[in-house]
Design a protein. Structure first.
Length: 162
């Protein structure tokens, strides 16, 4: 078993690479253009990071990553804006459902609740970037995130009082 560990400890599965790519794309405020991924729009300020990822991925076996620049046009901005708006709304709905679940059954660890504040900040940052680049407006984003923050703060106060 020790020999197998030594031999395989630097081996990365296709799923390891996929998860790493998704995390990197998420950190670049990427927007999945298909429901199940595979095609992403990445805002221009993150183009260098994606190009470096492309180079790294293409050094693995016969893997290929294709980059297709999207040129500025009213039609492209409108189409990407619609997808971006829908994606942020989905993230908000998923986060709201998760927090509603916490109300019904509070999590054991405080850190689970605290991480939601990071999720709120990430959504705000992504919405800000999309607003700046694509003129996407997410109705009542700050209000919805504010309500969710208050709910999480209330749950944290309950945990500390217990």
């Amino acid at each position: 078993m020790v020999d197998s560990f030594r031999q395989l400890r630097h081996t990365h599965t296709a799923d390891d690479v996929r998860r790493t790519m998704i995390r990197l794309l998420d950190s670049c405020s990427a927007l999945s253009l298909r429901g199940h991924g595979g095609i992403y729009w990445v805002p221009a300020p993150h183009a260098d990071v994606v190009r470096r990822m492309q180079g790294a991925i293409e050094q693995i076996g016969g893997s290929r990553v294709h980059l297709l620049p999207v040129h500025r046009s009213r039609e492209a901005r409108r189409a990407l804006g619609e997808v971006a708006h829908g994606a942020i709304e989905q993230e908000l709905d998923a986060l709201k459902a998760e927090i509603d679940g916490f109300i019904a059954a509070p999590p054991e660890r405080v850190s689970t609740l605290v991480r939601r504040f990071d999720a709120f900040d990430a959504i705000r940052a992504k919405a800000g970037l999309y607003r700046q680049i694509l003129q996407v407006q997410v109705d009542d984003l700050d209000e919805r995130l504010g309500e969710m923050s208050k709910t999480v703060e209330g749950l944290l106060h309950q945990k500390s009082a217990a």
